[in-house]
Design a protein around this ligand. Structure first.
Ligand code: UDP
Ligand code: MG
Length: 154
């Protein structure tokens, strides 16, 4: 099954939105296979956002993402990468559609609550950045028989 790396950013943690955001993923039928509260030092933050180096928002982004505790987790499910990106909404909370996480909970294009991997290759690299292999739990979710039809089941 596909996996993706999620970060609930410092604004989500400070605003008490860990529960409401995780609840959306659980209700969707996605499975949590790794989860921790941690803090990104600036070296890890720079590595995670290396593709944005040189852009005008880069320094502020590094400062923001390392400014307080974050929740990092790995979600698993069929088509989970694209599903989560849709659930997140557009980058700016102002542009994000209502019904999405960013559209429902935020107004900023910087403090936008959540990161989600954007491709299978990125997901693999990002998961390895934050979790050792033994921290990823492989278990059959009790909900699977009702979330997936027989032909879709893992
Ligand atoms: N960001 C920002 N200003 C911008 C664009 C992006 O502060 O004009 C931040 C924002 O926190 C965003 C992150 O940089 O989530 C990474 O940008 P990207 O374009 O990859 O957006 P995402 O993939 O998170 O939607
Ligand atoms: Mg991105």
């Amino acid at each position: 099954m596909e996996r993706t790396l999620i970060i609930l950013k410092p604004d989500a943690v400070q605003r008490g939105l860990i529960g409401p955001i995780i609840a959306r993923f659980e209700r969707k039928g996605l499975q949590i296979v790794a989860l921790k509260l941690t803090r990104l030092d600036s070296a890890v933050a720079r590595q995670h956002y290396a593709m944005h180096e040189g852009k005008p928002f880069y320094d502020g982004l590094i400062q923001f993402i390392s400014s307080g505790p974050v929740v990092v987790m790995v979600l698993q499910g069929n088509h989970v990468i694209e599903t989560v990106r849709k659930m997140m909404g557009a980058t700016s909370g102002f542009n994000a559609e209502p019904g999405t996480i960013r559209g429902d909970f935020g107004l900023s294009s910087s403090f936008n609550l959540i990161h989600g991997s954007d491709s299978p290759a990125t997901a693999r690299a990002e998961i390895a950045r934050f979790f050792a292999p033994e921290e990823l739990l492989d278990f059959p979710a009790a909900s699977w028989p009702w979330v997936y039809a027989p032909g879709e089941r893992p």
